[in-house]
Design a binder for this molecule. Structure first.
Ligand SMILES: Nc1ncnc2c1ncn2[C@@H]1O[C@H](COP(=O)(O)OP(=O)(O)O)[C@@H](O)[C@H]1O
Ligand SMILES: Cc1cn([C@H]2C[C@H](O)[C@@H](COP(=O)(O)O)O2)c(=O)[nH]c1=O
Length: 224
């Protein structure tokens, strides 16, 4: 039975790498996939992994109709044996519904990859719909780690290494950015709640009178 599978995890945990591996293994066996992405860091129409691999993909912008695109492709005699959709958190809920229709009506496997929650630890609408509709949600096995060594479960947005909680939900970016740029850092829940990034922890460690536990007690904003 074809399936809609949501491969989920934090940023930088290997989702795009896995997407490329699935594509490689299937195409090595003569299968032909259709690869979609949206707002990949490598640019329009690209699916890229931090390991350096990149492949061409169809850019699924606002209003893009996955089901219509695949029906048109198949009607013209094109072949498609499975579908990959990377950066699926950026898709609209209706586009996730289209992917479910691709599974049910066109009988194709759809493998969707994305982060579940944003920098405020709120669900992306596309990810929420995937959780609602997917046959399976697979959490990636390669654990990204918080600076403290615990499993990273949350994505923080940073400016100058400091975590921010205001701003647009979508800002394309990367981990390990230069200090003055908007970047991202993966954290465990405890340190996401306390807004303790690696830079904040280093600063606290250097200061004799400001420890993370005191910071939490003194600042009502970080106690929530
Ligand atoms: N230089 C490297 N050597 C080995 N593995 C690396 C290297 N750089 C990145 N990686 C691996 O690639 C993962 C990120 O892969 P990527 O597919 O880009 O992540 P995602 O799509 O989840 O953001 C990292 O968690 C790490 O395991
Ligand atoms: C947390 C968060 C992330 N993003 C963006 C940043 C990246 O461009 C992608 C995630 O890509 P990855 O391959 O999983 O690293 O999402 C965002 O726009 N808003 C956020 O809150």
């Amino acid at each position: 039975m074809p399936e809609l599978v949501f491969f989920s995890g934090t940023m930088d945990c290997g989702k795009s790498t896995l997407a490329l591996q699935i594509e490689h293994n299937r195409s090595a066996r003569g299968l032909q996939g259709m690869i979609f992405t949206r707002d990949d860091r490598a640019g329009e129409g690209k699916l890229s992994s931090r390991l350096g691999l990149v492949t061409d993909a169809v850019e699924a912008a606002d209003g893009f109709d996955f089901y219509g695109h695949l029906v048109a492709h198949l009607s013209k005699g094109g072949r498609c044996d499975y579908v990959i959709a990377d950066e699926a958190q950026f898709l609209a809920p209706e586009q996730i519904d289209q992917l479910a229709k691709v599974v049910d009506d066109l009988e194709l496997d759809v493998f969707a990859f994305g982060i579940t929650t944003d920098f405020r630890s709120k669900l992306f609408p596309g990810s929420q719909r995937l959780v609602e509709l997917a046959d399976r949600v697979e959490v990636l096995q390669v654990e990204a780690l918080c600076w403290c060594g615990a499993r990273a479960t949350h994505n923080a947005r940073t400016i100058g290494g400091r975590m921010v909680v205001e701003g647009a939900q979508v800002v394309v970016g990367d981990v390990n950015q230069a200090a003055d740029e908007i970047g991202y850092e993966v954290l465990c829940r405890r340190h996401h709640r306390r807004r303790t990034t690696a830079a904040a922890a280093r600063a606290a460690a250097l200061s004799p009178d400001v420890l993370p536990v005191d910071a939490e007690a003194q600042d009502p904003a970080v106690r929530a």
